[in-house]
Ligand binder design. Structure first.
Ligand SMILES: C[S@@+](CC[C@H](N)C(=O)[O-])C[C@H]1O[C@@H](n2cnc3c(N)ncnc32)[C@H](O)[C@@H]1O
Length: 188
């Protein structure tokens, strides 16, 4: 059973009514994101592609439990403003840093930061570019989760070719709605 407060449950149900318009992950993927953050006791999570904040709410509710922090990137100001409103309603705004801008540029600004988990869910044609920039930021043993690797298989192919054959990563495809790639950065 989910232990979210009533307001958060209501906000999430409301956001699910416009899921297609805002390209949000499905509830199954969102629940998995929440569980993995708690299971791995993640402290510092990065999301690429905020939209109106649906997945970020699920992630940050888990980070409340682990006493962690989320940084989330979105280049569409209207969407990011909606997300910020939703974060306030769900009382997770205090543990979220929002970054307005093109993900590949923002990732350069994040140089020096380190993350235990990165959720990639923005421009499918840029996944390989995000990966190049996320790789140095990800801790050893850290996780990259990339959405839409089945629904947008052709667009993400360069990313898939890179990460699946990368000596520093072990990967498996999870059979959620749009296909979620789970990749772990090796310790050695
Ligand atoms: C699939 S939606 C994200 C959905 C969100 N993760 C969720 O499940 O609630 C992708 C978002 O990435 C944003 N986006 C696309 N390309 C981007 C880029 N180059 N930099 C930053 N954001 C981008 C889009 O505006 C869109 O809101």
């Amino acid at each position: 059973m989910l232990d979210f407060d009533e307001t958060t449950k209501e906000v999430l149900l409301e956001l699910e009514k416009t899921q297609e318009e805002f390209w949000n992950v499905d509830r199954q993927t969102a629940n998995f994101l929440n569980m993995i953050v708690k299971s791995l006791n993640c402290k510092n999570v990065l999301e690429i592609g905020t939209s109106n904040g649906y997945s970020a709410i699920w992630i940050s509710k888990a980070l409340k439990e682990t006493k962690g922090h989320l940084t989330t990137i979105e280049f569409w100001d209207k969407r990011l403003n909606l997300a910020i409103e939703n974060f306030k309603k769900c009382k997770v705004d205090d543990i979220i840093t929002t970054k307005l801008g093109s993900a590949s540029d923002v990732l350069i600004d994040l140089e020096g930061e380190t993350y235990d988990l990165v959720f990639i869910d923005a421009n499918k044609l840029e996944y390989h570019k995000y990966f190049e920039r996320v790789h140095p930021l990800l801790k050893k043993g850290g996780i990259i989760l990339a959405d839409n690797v089945v629904s947008h298989a052709k667009k993400v192919q360069p990313f898939l070719d890179t990460i699946i054959n990368h000596p520093d990563y072990q990967s498996e495809l999870l059979n959620f709605q749009d296909g979620l790639l789970f990749s772990r950065k090796n310790i050695n």
